[in-house]
Design a binder for this molecule. Structure first.
Ligand code: GCW
Length: 669
């Protein structure tokens, strides 16, 4: 039975005789003269993958045999190539052989995985001819994993990293993790939580991290660490962690040197500073740039980078958190050292089911802005709700900021083309854990997959990625693939409808799971539900127009215009920007209250549709996996009703209106 462990690298035996014969004829050897670990692993993956699909042992050889057809991995002799060049590849057909060419061994690895993807879809060999180069340089996972093995906002078991047995014992699963990442082009991983323990910078832990890096490096993946900004004090015993203090700067220089002596190809530091209680340069009256530049100086001699997060906001219930990142960072543009990237969450608040794009994108032309997406489903129903996230990523990447006129998409900023950034970065907060299926909900594997594919090429469509993933992971039969793709593409809107429709946000406290739109007690004055949804006797929603917080002004006029008028603001964003009265007629023809009822009820009802679609593919899916997802869909439906009812009953105390009769019928569970 398939427990999901093999992800999209299943390499199922091909049963179609025509396809198998064609593949058998073409693949009788894999020739690779380059002896690096990465090239070797590329060849090994082809051998294992094609071997499993065809049932044939394919030898790996150094030089091309005189007869027979096969695959040649060809490394061009070019030296001193850029990272992007080294990752790019060309697949061609030469005299019956499939040739994968690249200027770097990583390109050979990515080309090999591209070929395997192609063959897993049983496509004709001639159609594999292609070329590809990544649009983003640093394609990374950010793990929010803690030293004691827990994962902040992780719903797939405990951490993959077994710190207590490292570095002596190196779990073979680390290799499978690296293979999975390399197969979708991911080339960096931050192994620890941004709420960082200083312990990761001790020699003891650096050696553990080095053991992981030793595995990852063989798949073209660099290792990074999140750092605790106050480490000079907590770890170094200094009196301060002031970034302008010479002793502190020296401490970081020496620490960084030590890191590189243990992990020579270390990638750099990820930093959460002055955010949600984490220490930072502002503790000493310094700026984010002062903090980042201190670390940049220490990393520069080793070509390391600083990835500094823009996720900041004050514990002030009268401020608009929406505006915080822009307010703190935009004016620092031009002040960051060359090897600093500022990493921005896709939306201005915090990975909500639907957010407008962060207004910081486009407003730091001199500072490379990296994208931070969240793969783990913190606000998307953890591991019981099926939500395919590619539409979330695409919505943001394709959004037009208008900062240099029409067509200034967020993607064009992040990929460096709009402002000529020398560094480009896209990060996904990982959804992996020690569960056999890696991601808790087996269908959440698609979010990891989609992230990697989009970091490589953000022009791919959510649909194409869904189809490809389903073919690789679940079945190659066209009908079930279409049915599954259909569920995936609608899943996010369905979730939004029963969870936070029309631009509502954050009706939760602590765990970010149970609906608690009434919950107004908390450890911080701004961490209340009412702060976000602003329900009152008049209506609902956060006024961010000129009569309210005026956050809309952080966007270019074209964007502001599209959202500033409550009559024309697209409904998915309505309550993000407007406080709307309960009886106001919306563009749908319904009043706000009726539209809310409509969304909550049809959203929850649509989970029944998902269940039916999933039931229809049963005969094509592994029974264990099918049963697992069926169970999760049952739970999802119950929870959708729970969400709907919690919201509706709560909002009704303000609207004082009835739920229209058409929705009040017996529940189908
Ligand atoms: O989404 C919020 C989470 C925190 C997280 C923080 C952040 C790692 O609730 O758990 O901390 O954002 O992104 O820093």
């Amino acid at each position: 039975a398939d427990d999901g462990y093999r992800l999209w690298l299943r390499y199922e035996r091909i049963t179609d005789p025509a396809v198998r014969t064609a593949y058998n004829k073409t693949f009788s050897f894999i020739a690779v003269s380059d002896t690096s670990d990465i090239s070797h692993n590329a060849a090994k993956e082809l051998q294992a993958g094609i071997g499993a699909m065809t049932g044939k042992h394919i030898p790996i050889v150094k030089t091309m045999p005189k007869s027979g057809r096969g695959i040649r991995l060809s490394l061009s002799g070019a030296t001193d190539v850029t990272a992007v060049k080294a990752d790019s590849y060309v697949i061609s057909l030469e005299g019956g052989n499939v040739v994968i060419k690249s200027a770097g061994n990583t390109g050979l690895l990515y080309g090999s995985f591209a070929l395997l993807r192609h063959l897993q879809q049983h496509l004709p060999i001639e159609k594999a001819v292609s070329q590809s180069k990544p649009k983003i340089q640093l394609r990374m996972l950010n793990h929010w994993d803690n030293p004691e093995g827990t994962i902040e906002r992780g719903y797939a078991g405990s951490s993959l990293w077994k710190w207590y047995e490292l570095p002596e014992t190196v779990d073979p699963r680390y290799t499978d993790y690296a293979r999975a990442n390399a197969s979708i082009g991911i080339n960096g991983t931050v192994v620890n939580n941004v709420n960082a323990s200083a312990r990761f910078l001790t020699a003891e832990y650096l050696h553990k991290v080095a053991a992981l890096a030793g595995v990852f490096r063989k798949y073209g993946i660099k290792t990074y660490l999140s750092i605790h900004f106050a480490a000079p004090k907590t770890l170094g015993g200094l009196k301060t962690s002031d970034p302008l203090d010479p002793e502190v700067r020296k401490w970081w220089m020496e620490k960084t040197k030590e890191v590189y002596s243990i992990i020579p190809d270390f990638g750099g530091f990820l930093v959460k500073a002055n955010s949600e209680g984490e220490p930072g340069p502002q503790d000493y009256g310094r700026t984010h740039a002062d903090g980042a530049n201190m670390l940049a100086e220490a990393l520069a001699p080793f070509n390391g980078v600083v990835i500094w997060r823009a996720f900041v906001y004050k514990a002030d219930p009268n401020a608009d958190r929406f505006k915080a990142a822009y307010d703190e960072f935009a004016s620092l543009d031009g002040k960051f050292a060359k090897n600093v990237i500022v990493q921005v969450k896709n939306g201005p608040i915090d990975f909500q089911p639907r957010e407008p794009f962060s207004p910081l994108f486009g407003n730091m032309p001199k500072t490379p802005l990296g994208m931070e997406f969240q793969l783990t489903q913190e606000y998307l129903g953890f591991a019981t709700h099926w939500v395919y996230e590619a539409p979330i990523f695409k919505e943001c990447l394709d959004a037009d900021t208008y900062v240099k006129g029409k067509g200034s998409t967020v993607a064009s900023i992040v990929d460096g083309s709009l402002h000529n950034y020398p560094l480009t970065c896209m990060a996904g907060v990982a959804n992996t854990g020690s569960d056999r299926s890696w991601t808790g909900h087996p269908m959440a594997q698609a979010n990891w997959y989609a992230f990697g594919r989009l970091a490589w090429d953000h022009t791919l469509s959510a649909q194409a990625i869904a189809r490809e993933w389903a073919q690789l992971t679940l079945t190659t039969q066209p009908k079930p693939v279409a049915a599954i793709t259909d569920i995936m593409l609608r899943s996010r809107d369905i979730y939004v409808d029963y969870n936070t429709p029309l631009g509502l946000s954050r009706p939760w406290t602590g765990a970010h799971y149970a609906p608690e739109p009434w919950q107004n007690r908390s450890s911080r004055p701004d961490w209340t539900a009412i702060y976000y949804h602003r329900a009152d006797s008049l209506g609902l929603g956060f006024d961010r127009t000129a009569t309210g917080s005026n956050a809309l002004q952080q966007y270019r006029p074209e964007v502001t215009r599209a959202w500033a008028n409550p009559e024309t603001c697209p409904l998915p964003y309505l309550l993000w920007f407007h406080h709307i009265s309960w009886s106001q007629k919306l563009s749908s023809g319904r009043t706000l209250w009726d539209e809310l009822c409509h969304r909550f009820y049809t959203g929850a009802e649509s989970v029944v549709w998902m269940q039916k679609q999933w039931a229809s593919v049963q005969s094509s899916i592994d029974p264990t996996l099918h049963a697992d997802v069926t169970g999760r869909l049952l739970k999802q439906h119950k929870e959708a009703i729970w969400w709907r009812d919690a919201w509706m009953l709560y909002l009704q105390t303000f609207s004082k209106q009835a739920i229209p009769a058409i929705y009040r019928r017996p529940e189908r569970t």
